[in-house]
Design a binder for this molecule. Structure first.
Ligand SMILES: Nc1ncnc2c1ncn2[C@@H]1O[C@H](COP(=O)(O)OP(=O)(O)O)[C@@H](O)[C@H]1O
Ligand SMILES: [Mg+2]
Length: 253
């Protein structure tokens, strides 16, 4: 699960990580950020229909919480848990490199309230997911820590807290560390958009807040360019960095 302050690069890193994982596994991205409009374009797929529609539209939180079993069985085909590749075609889009994208909810409409129902559905989906040995799931989350309140972290194996050269992102990472470790999850801090000048300052600043940085992803002009143009994600050194991080941290074994 890729978490962190808004703008640290969660969506970009989710895609890069999925690309690297797809060299070895069958990979899915679960888009849990209801305001993510760029992800399908960056992945080069048409936007899948949001899963919230599969279960009949946006419900209130109490109803979702109380109907977990029911919702899980709606999403699973033969009552054997949820398999992403068994979802109806319109709810999952595949990229050229075979990465499946599924999305939880659509852009919040004005006045519609908070993202809690989406986070609850994300948790129900992830908790009831059945994966084969060669399948991996990357969860791209919404900014900040709203998902913590809905206990999405409970349902994942590990949490990546992304930071960028901002003090606020380190604060968010520090909160994420406390929650992840208290749940017994694997936890890593990865710094994104790094050039040589800020690297040492960031290491010091993070250390001052009790965080050690587990990996660095370079600032990458090609990423900026493809985001700006809204095209399929291109990258140069950042992809290499993510590949080496994934092996070093044993996210790929
Ligand atoms: N390694 C990187 N190098 C340069 N720019 C980056 C990098 N990673 C992300 N970005 C830029 O940061 C912006 C925010 O990234 P995004 O993944 O949308 O953040 P988040 O999902 O955390 O809100 C993007 O528009 C992208 O251009
Ligand atoms: Mg995002």
């Amino acid at each position: 699960m890729v978490c962190g302050k808004g703008g640290t690069g969660k969506t970009i890193v989710s895609i890069l990580l999925a690309r690297v994982l797809s060299e070895k596994y069958r990979v899915y991205i679960v888009d849990s950020d209801e305001s993510n409009i760029l992800l399908p374009r960056l992945l080069g797929v048409k936007p899948p229909k949001p899963l919230i529609e599969y279960i009949g539209g946006k419900r209130d939180e109490a109803e979702l919480e109380s109907r977990e079993l029911d919702i899980a069985s709606m999403l699973s085909r033969a009552g054997l848990g949820i398999r992403l590749r068994a979802l109806p075609d319109e709810y999952i889009s595949y990229s050229r490199d075979g990465i499946g994208l599924t999305c939880i909810g659509k852009v919040r409409e004005y006045g519609e309230g908070c993202a809690c129902p989406f986070n609850i559905l994300t948790r129900i989906l992830l908790k009831n997911l059945v994966l084969d040995a060669d399948e991996r799931v990357v969860v791209d989350t919404d900014a900040g820590i709203e998902h913590i309140g809905r206990r999405v972290e409970e349902a994942v194996d590990g949490v990546i807290a992304l930071i960028d050269p901002t003090a606020e992102s380190i604060e968010t990472a520090s909160l994420l560390k406390d929650v992840s470790l208290s749940l017994g999850k694997k936890f890593w801090v990865i710094a994104n958009k790094i050039d040589r000048k800020v690297r040492d300052i960031l290491i010091d600043k993070a250390r001052g807040m009790g965080l050690s940085i587990d990996g660095f992803i370079s600032f990458d002009e090609k990423i900026i360019e493809s985001c700006l143009l809204g095209e399929e994600l291109r990258s140069s050194n950042a992809l290499e960095d993510v590949r080496s991080i994934a092996y070093t941290l044993k996210i790929i074994e």
